[in-house]
Write a protein that binds this ligand. Structure first.
Ligand SMILES: [Zn+2]
Length: 510
């Protein structure tokens, strides 16, 4: 790769040598002669520049744009050269004169950010909606996805489609199904509990199911809430042996410190964290052990809801600052990522989906899906449960506190659960994280550099740097001034393929 910044430096070093030589041969008293010589140097420079207009063959040059790298922040008036799916070079637009032959996008008054990740989605939650979800993700600039639970064959289809169409579809990382215990929660009995999980009656079954997923090359594994401590231990060992990250909800049979020390290295929705942060944690733990025997033979989802309703608010209302500190210290020590999915709980607890502006968002959905969601939304009463709202507020406070302590976050939503619109909800999540205490750049990092790092892709994805994958978004407005400007999308670039507004609109027209 030819380095054009070096070319500029080379040109100026030649100029310096020329000046030195000139000073030596032309003493100062020949003033006029010097002026003529300077004029000649000037002329030489103009001619040489016009001769050196640079042509980037087969490339796209975005000229004069405000580049927002998630680590360095904004640099104005930059040119970004994209070739063969990668960022070839970045330089000040004024530094290099480019040939008229180049394919150029005028980036004046516009901003460039990396393509975004939604680190918590479920293709398998509404299977009849799944085939439309990729369009909504691209439409909203979500160029990478982390599917956190669904039957392997179903979610793998989306992963493979993205591998086969890297310039049109968002890349997909998959966990396969949630790995649950004997009383599994997402067993497929109704639309609220579709089959997202795999039941594991005993250890033997768990080993078989997990080894199957490892053989199928899943990208990470996800532990669910009804696992026994023994099952969780086997799962975390298998994950470690195979170099796979283990995410999940803290199993109700365990304490977050125990789960984290065994290898739970990311935590979704802050789920069950509060149970280890309350003054009553020991008593609640004993109570759960008894409840988990499931003497009245409840379904997995009923048993889990019962435990949440019995223990969540008791924990939140009786927190213990020392225990909170102990939990956070362990999470920091073990580098446990947090995917708090704040938007999900805000939406559910405040029933935001009933507001008129939310109904406007539903226009992004295919007509039939929109009608179906409206019907379901209308069937839900408008009463607000203050306890649920309080819990949502606690989550945001906890995110702010964890951030101050140095915990790392990934932006994720849980879409399409909770009527969250694929793609749009990720922008709302970035706003929620910012509102909870993450400075703008760190909120952007939560959807760019952080998920890239989680998947060991930090040297090729999530930044605007030479050599990085050209997954980018061109914005009309500056997100550093107002984080909600991440939604002002003019074009999305996936592995070098620029999809303009007209194309993006065509993705959702029905
Ligand atoms: Zn989820």
């Amino acid at each position: 790769m030819k380095n054009f910044t070096k070319l500029i430096q080379f040109k100026s070093s030649i100029r310096n040598e020329f000046n030195k030589a000139h000073k030596f041969f032309c003493p100062d008293f020949f003033i006029i002669k010097k002026k003529i010589l300077l004029f000649m140097i000037f002329l030489f420079h103009i001619i040489s520049c016009s001769n050196e207009d640079v042509f980037f063959e087969g490339a796209l040059v975005i000229e004069n744009i405000g580049v927002i790298d998630p680590i360095y922040g904004l640099e104005e008036n930059m040119s970004v050269v994209i070739k063969e799916g990668r960022i070839l070079d970045i330089f000040k637009t004024s530094e290099i004169s480019i040939s008229k032959k180049n394919k150029v996008y005028n980036g004046s008054d516009k901003f460039l950010i990396p393509g975004l990740w939604d680190a918590h989605i479920h293709f398998a939650f509404e299977k009849d909606f799944a085939t439309f979800m990729p369009n909504l993700f691209i439409y909203h600039g979500i160029t990478s996805l982390r599917d956190t639970g669904g039957e392997f064959d179903f979610v793998n289809k989306f992963k493979q489609e993205a591998i086969n169409n890297p310039r049109a579809k968002s890349r997909v990382k998959i966990a396969g199904p949630l790995i649950d215990g004997k009383f599994n929660v997402y067993d497929g009995k109704n639309i609220y509990y579709p089959k997202l999980s795999v039941q594991n009656i005993d250890n033997k079954e768990l080993i078989q199911n997990v080894e199957f997923l490892i053989e199928k090359n899943v990208d990470f594994l996800k532990a669910y809430e009804m696992l026994s401590p023994g099952q969780f231990k086997i799962l975390s060992n298998l994950a470690k042996e195979n170099n796979l990250k283990l995410t999940g909800h803290v199993p109700l049979s365990m304490d977050v410190i125990e789960a984290s020390n065994l290898g739970l290295n990311s935590l979704e929705h802050l789920r069950n964290l509060e149970l280890s942060m309350t003054k009553q944690s020991e008593g609640l733990s004993e109570e759960r052990k008894d409840l988990l025997k499931n003497k009245s033979g409840l379904e997995g989802s009923e048993l889990r809801s019962l435990i949440h309703s019995m223990q969540r608010m008791r924990s939140i209302n009786d927190l213990d600052s020392v225990k909170i500190k102990n939990v956070i210290d362990v999470l920091i020590k073990n580098n446990v990522w947090q995917i708090p999915t704040l938007t999900l709980y805000q939406n559910i607890s405040k029933k935001l989906y009933k507001n008129s502006d939310y109904l406007e968002f539903l226009n992004l959905l295919p007509k039939q899906k929109k009608m179906e969601w409206i019907k379901r939304i209308n069937s839900i009463n408008s009463d607000i449960n203050q306890k649920a709202v309080d819990y949502g507020l606690w989550q945001k406070k906890m995110v702010g506190y964890m951030h101050k302590k140095g915990i790392s976050f990934m932006a994720g939503t849980d879409t399409p659960i909770g009527f969250l619109i694929p793609g749009l909800s990720l922008h709302h999540e970035i706003e929620e994280l910012h509102e909870s205490g993450l400075p703008v750049l760190e909120a952007i990092q939560s959807a760019t550099t952080n998920p890239a790092k989680y998947f060991n892709l930090e040297n090729s994805l999530g930044r605007i740097k030479s050599g990085f994958v050209a997954d980018l978004i061109i914005l009309a407005k500056n997100p550093i001034e107002d984080i909600s400007n991440t939604k002002s999308i003019l074009a999305v670039i996936k592995e070098g393929n620029l999809m303009d507004r007209t194309y993006l609109d065509s993705l959702i027209s029905k």
